[in-house]
Design a protein around this ligand. Sequence first.
Ligand SMILES: Nc1ncnc2c1ncn2[C@@H]1O[C@H](COP(=O)(O)OP(=O)(O)OP(=O)(O)O)[C@@H](O)[C@H]1O
Length: 237
Amino acid sequence: MLTVKYLTKSYDNFKLNDISFSLKEGRITGLIGMNGSGKTTVLKCILGAVPYETGKISIGGLTGLRNEQEYKDKIGVVFDSGCFYEELTLEAMTGIIAGAYGSWDERIYFGYIERFGLSRTQQINTLSRGMKMKYSLALALSHHAELLILDEPSGGLDPKTRQFFCGELLAQKEEGKTILLSVNAISDIDRICDDIVFIHNGTILRECSREVFLMESVKNPPTVEDAMMEIIRRRGK
Ligand SMILES: Nc1ncnc2c1ncn2[C@@H]1O[C@H](COP(=O)(O)OP(=O)(O)OP(=O)(O)O)[C@@H](O)[C@H]1O
């Protein structure tokens, strides 16, 4: 599905070091790591939102450089910051976003808006954090994307809304979607991940199933958070 090969991206004080990993179709993969480990940077490179120095990123053989529209249509994005014009209504904002996708499906969009309890005439800046995340998810699910990319979807959400999100993502997986979500150390959303890609200081330390990753934990019952800490402790940094 998604393949990232030898990706390198540098900022003044940070570098993604030759990142390579791939996603298995129809599974949920957690890109996990501490604050500042490079998760958002990796996602931005995949989305073509920032330039990178070296590497090849492809989805089902398509690269964003050669097939920009087709590549973009394949991805549904939910970003923590939600890139919206705050003073617009959902209806007006959606009109702008829908135009960016060749495969936009109004019928599916209205279905989600209703199911998520959102109002099309409400202004973006009056949405609570949970509502904004639901709106982002509705947009991401409305253009027949094969791959969903979510940046810290549980950040700042209460347990009930987190549960709602987990349920929605599991339902999407059932429909055959491939999902990549970034998860930080203290999130509990890792429970729904089938696979883990563990990034630390811009380097991938593990790429395996969640089950195998948990074997690194010394706690009983094992936790993803403890497994991360153990791997880092054994490396000595
Ligand atoms: N535009 C930028 N200019 C300079 N440095 C940046 C820029 N964006 C990110 N960085 C740096 O790159 C590093 C990785 O940041 P990134 O946001 O990818 O981490 P993250 O794993 O998503 O962190 P968090 O869990 O806190 O969101 C950080 O040290 C950050 O300061």
